[in-house]
Write a protein that binds this ligand. Structure first.
Ligand code: PHE
Ligand code: FE
Length: 296
């Protein structure tokens, strides 16, 4: 089977200037992974497995255990789907890479999570500019076993279709919510702040930074504040938003966003590093090493 990614065009996205792939789903070409591909999974898995018990929330860690992720090479999506389907009715589908917004939202709204089938190269263990299998699978899929988070992700997909119909500004507000929760969210626990965001748990450097560094702000989750805050795509985050639990996230995002979109359209967005008087501040960052321009 020819497993060369089919790069059809390039497009400016919230993750930078990246190739956009074919939009359909594919069979995971498991038999064609190379031994290097499997070793990359094993190496990344081993690193995060050793690190995350002290950094990630228990719901994420439990998810990793329930799937039985390990160092036996890249998991087979069919096996994971057995577990996932029984737990929350979600399903992983293999894709070539980033999808157009409407296609992505349609998957989520129907409890399908698209996972890039290909994995990064050995010289990209610490950073790559587009989501690969390790980010999509290890980062996102464990929490889909949590019933409340699973419902949040579906609601987000439905909300995405609505925002898309309203227009680009609404979509930007909604994308910021995804960024600061699904990708870069922190959660309060009895053991202190812990990670639930996929963009953090799939990165060794940001896992440590997001919890241990004194540089970034850590601020209590507030829906409008988050939807109005720009973010960085090129550095570790300057601000993390902290939820109390997944119920808070689900409940806060339940109401119709239409009036919020209308209100935010009339004002200025908050920059990524800013702390407001109205914020519930867990930690005011020292801003050490912050870039001074270029938020989105
Ligand atoms: N309540 C949102 C709306 O009306 C939908 C949504 C739910 C968005 C959960 C994000 C997360 O658009
Ligand atoms: Fe992601």
């Amino acid at each position: 089977m020819d497993t060369t990614p089919r790069r059809v065009e390039h497009q400016q996205t919230d993750r930078g200037y990246v190739p956009v792939y074919a939009t359909g789903t594919v069979e995971q070409p498991w038999a064609s992974y190379s031994s290097t591909d499997h070793e990359v999974w094993d190496t990344l898995y081993r690193r995060q497995k050793a690190l995350l018990p002290a950094y990630a929330c228990k719901e994420f860690l439990e998810g990793v255990e329930r799937f039985g992720f390990g160092e036996g090479g890249i998991p087979r999506f069919d096996d994971l789907n057995e577990v996932l389907g029984k737990a929350t009715g979600w399903k992983i589908v293999a894709v070539e890479g980033l999808l157009p917004d409407e296609v992505f939202f349609d998957h989520l709204a129907n409890r399908r999570f698209p996972v890039s089938w290909w994995i990064r190269k050995p010289d990209q263990l610490d950073y790559l500019s587009e989501p690969d299998l390790f980010h999509d699978l290890f980062g996102h899929v464990p929490l889909l076993l949590n019933p409340v988070f699973a419902d949040y992700m579906q609601a987000y997909g439905k909300g995405g279709m609505k925002a898309h119909a309203i227009g680009p500004e609404a979509l930007m507000n909604l994308t910021r919510l995804y960024w600061y929760t699904v990708e870069f969210g922190l959660i309060r626990t009895d053991e202190g702040l812990r990670i639930y965001g996929a963009g953090i748990v799939s990165s060794k450097g940001e896992s440590i930074y997001s919890i241990d560094s004194t540089a970034p702000n850590r601020i209590g989750f507030d829906l409008e504040r988050v939807m109005n805050t720009k973010y960085r795509i090129d550095t570790f985050q300057q601000t993390y938003f902290v939820i109390d639990d997944f119920e808070q996230l689900f409940d806060a995002t339940g109401p119709d966003f239409t009036p919020i979109y209308a209100k935010l359209a009339t004002g200025e967005a908050t920059s990524a590093a800013e702390v407001l008087d109205t914020d519930k501040v867990y930690q005011r960052g020292t801003r050490e090493g912050f870039a001074t321009s270029g938020d989105n």
